[in-house]
Design a protein around this ligand. Structure first.
Ligand code: ADP
Ligand code: MG
Ligand code: MG
Length: 213
């Protein structure tokens, strides 16, 4: 993972979130307040702008800037949650222009830990965690199985992470929300896919796409 791949990931994520703004918003209309697409699009658009005007020396600095931007630009619950995750990812990475696939995986887990610490959600609460946690587990498992040498290792691990995030996202449908706005609905939150788990899948899919090219 180098600065170019870090930038390419966030760019691909911004593109995907912009393309799916309405879809995310309509998921949030069912169990929230209809703003998740707008929140994510605004946040990652601001990340794109911030990165265009910056010259980060390594991927860590890219993600720290992205996280700080998300915290400051997104009003909803998702801004501080994703912002903390990206900041923790950035701070966890070793300094230098390039980090290996194992260090990047450890950074992804540090991001998850920060998000859980802030939001207090457990797996099964119908949140971002339901896509993010299995994604990180799948990333680690893929590295253990196939090794992390070169960009090929990272690309394969990212592909596994995106697949697990998609599965985790779909598995939120039958769950009852226990955190965030959707939890106010109680049993009426059952039968709907969680918006945050959906944006998490888009972000991991963007990583897989960026790493594959
Ligand atoms: P808001 O709910 O403030 O309008 P968004 O609509 O942008 O914010 O984000 C909603 C998403 O945030 C939910 O679908 C859920 O996945 C996620 N979320 C809410 N609370 C938590 C939490 N405590 N931990 C993890 N994710 C959460
Ligand atoms: Mg909302
Ligand atoms: Mg809101």
């Amino acid at each position: 993972m180098d600065v170019a791949l870090a930038r390419a990931w966030l760019d691909a994520a911004a593109d995907a979130l912009a393309a799916r703004t309405e879809e995310l918003t309509s998921l949030d209309a069912a169990i929230g307040d209809s703003d998740h697409g707008v929140n994510m699009n605004r946040g990652f658009g601001a990340v794109r702008t911030a990165l265009a005007g910056a010259s980060p020396a390594g991927p860590g600095a890219v993600f720290t800037l992205a996280g700080t931007t998300l915290v400051s630009k997104v009003g909803g619950a998702s801004g501080p949650l994703y912002g903390s995750a990206f900041r923790a990812l950035g701070k966890a990475l070793p300094e230098g222009a390039e980090v290996d696939a194992a260090a990047f995986g450890a950074g992804l887990r540090a991001g998850l830990d920060a998000l859980v610490k802030l939001g207090g959600a457990a797996p099964g609460d119908k949140t971002i965690v339901d896509a993010y946690a299995p994604a990180v587990d799948a990333y680690d498992a893929a590295l253990r199985e196939h090794g992390g040498d070169g960009d090929g290792g990272l690309a394969a691990a990212a592909r596994a992470a995106a697949g697990a995030a998609a599965e985790g996202m779909r598995a939120t449908v039958p769950l009852q929300a226990r955190k965030g706005r959707a939890s106010y609905l109680g049993e009426r939150s059952i039968g709907h896919q969680d918006p945050g788990a959906t944006s998490t899948w888009l972000i991991f899919q963007a990583l897989a796409d960026a790493a594959a090219t």
